[in-house]
Write a protein that binds this ligand. Structure first.
Ligand SMILES: [Mn+2]
Length: 425
């Protein structure tokens, strides 16, 4: 037995048998249809993407953060971390995009992220008031480039983070008014509003904020396990009610509300009655499984866009199976796989949207930031899809009733010393 092992080892050391094995390996790795794979195409597509903005960001980082120590060989590394790198450092905005402290500046960007830290509409687990910060924190993990889509958001669009809307914790209606006002400001500026909730009650004031800036009609593509279309819950307009009130708006027809992923044991009969009365469109998880992703996207687009000018996207993170998104307000098993959800959201966004809300991420219930990470993915995939299909900015032509909000009186900078420190004087 031992001699057999010795013989086998000797055979393995023989250069002739090594050559033979090497030849076999090469033949196997040479896939005849390699050039038909998306991986091969994406590898080549990257070479077509510009890199100017990345060079600009590194130069900007040296200007803002000072040049790095002499011992550092990479001369693009500053002393103080600025911009994308390193991913674990810095003050996080969404995707480390510029923070537009002066919200008038959102007009300079194709899209604006705004946080809506509100969980006053929650009927079970709270915590979504921390959603915007949770999503921003883990978004620092990402680069702006997506391999399969062949897009680089930093090179192909402009993005800013306007910070959060000032919500009023104990008052739903006042918070709604603040939210609509904030969203209408961003939408009126021409920048695409991307809202990070917050619980799903924000759906109504977000849609209202957009709807008031246009005389055109708006459809809604809504991803969720829950129908969220009853009039009231616990005597208030909670996170179970946004589509009842949204589809009461004169330019938001109920027939253009498409609800994808609805099902399970958390859909109140009250909501189903309203959906039936208003003739909304519900595609269940089972429908999606039977039809497949492409057909589901096609059907959703057909119904949401029928006779309207633009489509708003509402993505409830709980539409994904709760095994993947533990940090949410009403977890429900049997939801989308992450890759199904991402494919559906990108597929619907490929025709263009007039706004996106990503809701129900609740960091206090999250594990390893995975729910917040999934939320980040939905947002960047939607933006990537719009960029890839040339749809970013398509909503602008429909802004025919822009709002103008007055700003306060103040000159100068906050927390600044009118007589700055001068060394040696
Ligand atoms: Mn839900």
């Amino acid at each position: 037995m031992f001699s057999e092992i010795l013989k086998a080892e000797a055979r393995a050391r023989d250069p002739r048998s090594q050559r033979a094995r090497h030849a076999t390996r090469e033949m196997r790795s040479h896939h005849p249809d390699l050039t038909k794979l998306a991986g091969w195409k994406a590898m080549r597509k990257e070479a077509e993407l510009p890199e100017g903005r990345w060079a600009e960001e590194r130069a900007w980082a040296l200007r803002m953060g000072l040049t790095g120590a002499d011992t550092i060989e990479d001369k693009s590394i500053p002393t103080f971390a600025r911009g994308e790198l390193p991913h674990y450092a810095g003050i996080n905005t969404f995707l480390k995009a510029p923070y537009t402290e002066d919200v008038l500046e959102v007009a300079n960007y194709d899209a604006t992220v705004l946080g809506i830290p509100f969980d006053g509409g929650t009927t079970y687990r709270p915590g979504t008031r921390f959603g915007p910060q949770g999503v921003r924190k883990i978004s620092a993990l990402y680069t702006p480039y997506n391999y399969e889509m062949g897009v680089d958001l930093r090179e192909q669009m402009t993005l800013c983070d306007a910070g959060d809307v000032f919500t009023i914790p104990a008052n739903i209606e006042k918070s709604f008014d603040q939210i609509s006002r904030g969203v209408s400001h961003v939408f009126s500026s021409g920048s695409l509003p991307i809202m990070i909730g917050g619980d799903h009650s924000i759906g109504f004031p977000c849609v209202r904020g957009i709807a008031e800036c246009t005389s055109k009609k708006i459809g809604i593509a809504h991803f969720d396990r829950h129908a969220d279309i009853q009039e009231k819950d616990l005597d208030e307009r909670m996170h179970t009610t946004p589509w009842f009130h949204s589809t009461n708006l004169p330019n938001v027809p109920a027939k253009n509300l498409v609800q994808i992923g609805i099902g399970g044991w958390q859909v109140p009969r009250e909501a189903v009655k309203v959906a039936r009365e208003r003739n909304t469109n519900i595609i269940t998880m089972g429908d999606m499984e039977k039809m497949g992703l492409d057909k589901t996207i096609e059907m959703a687009l057909e119904m949401a866009w029928d006779g309207v000018d633009m489509v708003y996207m509402s993505f409830d993170i709980d539409s994904i199976d709760c095994g993947f998104v533990p940090g949410t307000g009403w977890p429900e098993p049997g939801g989308f796989l992450p890759r199904e959800a991402l494919a559906l959201a990108s597929g619907v966004a490929a025709e263009g949207i007039c706004g996106l809300e990503l809701v129900e991420v609740s960091p206090p219930y999250d594990t390893s930031d995975i729910t917040a990470l999934m939320g980040t993915r939905v947002i960047v995939d939607v933006l990537g899809s719009m960029v890839a299909h040339g749809k970013l900015g398509a909503h602008k032509r429909h802004i025919d009733k822009p709002v103008t909000l007055p700003h306060g009186e103040f000159e100068g900078k906050r927390w600044s010393n009118p007589a700055p420190h001068k060394v040696g004087e």
